[in-house]
Write a new protein. Structure first.
Length: 179
């Protein structure tokens, strides 16, 4: 069975937001072979939601679930975006789990594609632009930056970066946080 396509999270298996599982979705009541790995925000504590119920909006419609906090999408130092785009990210796109409150990068009047949680090695694979995005966002200088940058490890480290790519111009953006 082919997974649904998510405009703003094109590789949810690679990012770990969707995983293989035989659990039964609490929305459609079917075992479809894949489930959302995170815990959606909502009045009801649902633990098992399939990607199809995220993509078609039924998880949001039936249980008012959000997969990314709507207030964390754009704004602040990032661009504000139209409500319908923020709704698609919040209600019909798999989110991700961060140490602190998750945020979603916006650029060119649109939400960006989530590339995934990253440590130092993954950031270096993306190149100097990715390193600079994380450095600037962190606010650290020289020695503090070197220590923080070396601590970035999305699996075992005390800090993780979350990177995105603009769907229109390719600009990288994102942030990092720690526990």
């Amino acid at each position: 069975m082919e997974l649904p396509q998510f405009k703003y999270h094109p590789a949810p298996l690679n990012t770990g937001s969707i995983v293989a599982s035989e659990r039964v979705c609490q929305v459609c009541e079917k075992a479809r072979g894949f489930v959302y790995q995170g815990v959606p925000y909502g009045v009801d504590d649902l633990e098992t939601v399939c990607p199809w119920c995220i993509a078609d909006g039924s998880a949001h419609e039936k249980f008012r679930l959000e997969f990314t906090d709507r207030d964390g999408i754009g704004g602040g130092e990032w661009e504000s975006i139209p409500r319908e785009i923020a709704d698609e990210v919040a209600f019909r796109t798999p989110g991700f789990s961060g140490w602190q409150q998750e945020r979603w990068f916006t650029h060119c009047g649109d939400a960006a594609e989530f590339l995934g949680p990253m440590g130092k090695d993954q950031i270096e694979q993306l190149g100097p632009e990715a390193i600079e995005v994380v450095r600037l966002e962190s606010g650290y200088e020289a020695k503090e930056w070197a220590h923080y940058y070396n601590s970035l490890n999305f699996r075992t480290g005390p800090a993780t970066a979350y990177l995105f790519r603009c769907r229109h111009c390719g600009k990288l953006g994102g942030y990092s946080d720690s526990h």
